[in-house]
Design a protein. Structure first.
Length: 294
């Protein structure tokens, strides 16, 4: 593939016409978040006007990978517990999640598993705002979705190259495109104005040593990706486990006993997540319809 073709592919992925643009609600919420007098109740009311979106967010917040001990029934409580950055990221990514579940269930399950592992690691390391790192794990592979949707013929070629040459999909991407899904994810996350705590883990999850601002968050997502793939959870057509960064491993500084306990906890939580669906059930839709009538 010559430089002109690569440049055209880059442009197509940056524009990403099939993927969601920044929802209008985000602009309003961003303005509200910048106002110190805005309350979580006021922000919750804005989100609740979109009944389907509100239900999706509450379903996510109450899912196993955030692991809150009590059920969260109000958006204002969700905003308080998760923070605006996580809520913003989930709103932006909600359409992506639906596409992942519809088009690539294995990738969707891997993303859920990675979020679970990130949650376990972040809490064990007593990281501030562990929910942001869980969310980074959830969206770390959005670049794969973009490649599959925007460049279906190239995506098929990547899979064929991976299979024929017995290499990972990551290596096949770099061979054919001269860049990987991580770079595509970086373009998307920056275009959506996601915070650095999400952008860097998405961008550097295969090469955590390149992270500048969010080294620990990136190391956590990097190791979670490897751990979940190594456990065979949602690996799809890519059977290869990515190599572990020595620098990231040294930063995490886990003992063999830590690792045994982490694997046990992640396995337990994965059972809770298995089968989790972002599709709003008919019951949820009925509730939304009822709330509109009230």
């Amino acid at each position: 593939m010559d430089e002109k073709q690569i440049a055209e592919l880059r442009r197509a992925l940056r524009e990403a016409k099939s993927l969601p643009t920044l929802p209008a609600i985000i602009s309003k919420l961003t303005r509200m978040a910048e106002d110190p007098e805005t309350t979580s109740e006021q922000m919750g009311k804005v989100i609740s006007k979109d009944h389907i979106l509100a239900l999706k967010l509450l379903k996510l917040v109450n899912s196993a990978f955030y692991g809150f001990p009590q059920k969260i029934s109000s958006l204002s409580n969700a905003i308080i517990l998760l923070g605006f950055n996580v809520i913003k990221s989930l709103i932006i990514s909600s359409s992506i999640f639906e596409m992942m579940e519809e088009q690539d269930l294995e990738l969707w399950e891997h993303s859920l598993g990675c979020a679970v592992a990130c949650s376990v690691l972040a809490k064990r390391l007593e990281v501030k705002d562990p929910e942001e790192i869980s969310t980074a794990g959830l969206v770390h592979d959005i670049g794969k979705v973009a490649i599959k949707m925007e460049l279906p013929k190239v995506y098929k070629q990547i899979l064929e190259t991976s299979n024929d040459e017995d290499i990972s999909i990551l290596n096949a991407e770099e061979k054919i495109l001269s860049f990987s899904h991580a770079q595509v994810g970086s373009w998307l996350s920056k275009s959506w104005n996601l915070p650095a705590k999400l952008v860097e883990p998405i961008t550097c999850h295969h090469h955590p040593a390149k992270a500048i601002e969010e080294k620990l968050a990136t190391a956590i997502v990097h190791f979670s990706d490897i751990l979940v793939r190594g456990m065979g959870y949602g690996h799809g057509p890519d059977i290869w486990v990515p190599p572990l960064s020595k620098k990231a491993w040294e930063m995490l500084n886990f003992t063999p006993r830590d690792l045994d306990e982490i694997i046990e906890e992640v396995e337990e939580k994965l059972w809770d997540v298995k089968g989790f669906s972002m599709e709003i059930s008919q019951e949820d839709l009925n509730k939304a319809d009822l709330s509109k009538e009230e």
